[in-house]
Design a protein around this ligand. Structure first.
Ligand SMILES: Nc1ncnc2c1ncn2[C@@H]1O[C@H](COP(=O)(O)OP(=O)(O)OP(=O)(O)O)[C@@H](O)[C@H]1O
Length: 201
């Protein structure tokens, strides 16, 4: 079974030790939800798991039948939506699809799926916050990757879009995908595991 493991992880930010001796495993099909107060290191942990931030101690390991390196298996959606305001909505997603792999839905289909089909020719800079979030979400559909690491994925989404996201995430899990999400709000992903980080200093 595909499994993303963190072993003995520690994270120091500036002078602050956010966590140490942290071990976790995220198994395919079972969402791992990271919770905890502001500033306890949820985003930092996600960036470590995605390979974007070096852990101060410990290691991240992917157990998988595939030989592909972790970086090629991960979708990371951070707080920022990674949207280029000067490009059209279509061009933004086409860029990410080229970078992340042309393995999922076509650009037009993915935009339709997130409810942005009618805005494809619009300059992305004028999208609302929720629409930018939908555009970021479309990356998950346009490129198939087995590991989704998502930082507060439903921020700015209306109720319908939150349900839409839950549907995509449940389908990903049903296919054996790995999902790790930091959140302050329930994500409605069905049975899963929770990792709660401690108090902010
Ligand atoms: N580059 C950095 N340099 C120094 N300190 C940092 C850096 N990045 C984050 N921090 C600090 O690390 C701590 C944890 O930040 P992080 O964003 O991981 O927390 P979080 O649990 O995701 O918070 P929130 O719930 O507010 O999103 C915070 O105190 C933050 O100020």
């Amino acid at each position: 079974m595909t499994c993303l493991r963190g072993e003995g992880l520690a994270c120091r930010r500036g002078l602050k030790l956010l966590f140490a001796g942290l071990s976790l495993s995220a198994r395919g099909g079972v969402p791992l939800i990271v919770t905890g107060p502001n500033g306890t290191g949820k985003s930092s942990l996600l960036r470590i798991l995605a390979g974007l931030l070096a852990a101060s101690e410990g290691a991240v390991r992917l157990e998988s039948a595939s030989e592909a390196p972790l970086a090629e298996c991960v979708h990371y959606l951070g707080h920022e939506d990674a949207v280029k305001g000067a490009l059209t909505v279509h061009a933004n997603l086409a860029f990410w699809r080229a970078v992340l792999g042309e393995t999922g839905l076509g650009v037009g289909e993915a935009l339709e799926a997130v409810g942005l089909g009618g805005l494809a020719r619009l300059r992305a800079g004028v999208l609302s916050a929720g629409q930018k979030r939908r555009l970021a979400m479309a990356r998950l559909l346009a490129s198939r990757r087995p590991i989704w690491i998502l930082d507060e994925p439903t921020t700015a989404l209306d109720a319908a879009a939150q349900q839409m996201f839950a549907g995509f995430a449940r389908a990903h899990l049903a296919q054996g995908g790995i999902l790790v999400a930091a959140t302050h709000a329930p994500l409605d992903l069905g049975p899963g595991e929770e990792l709660r980080l401690g108090r902010a200093a």
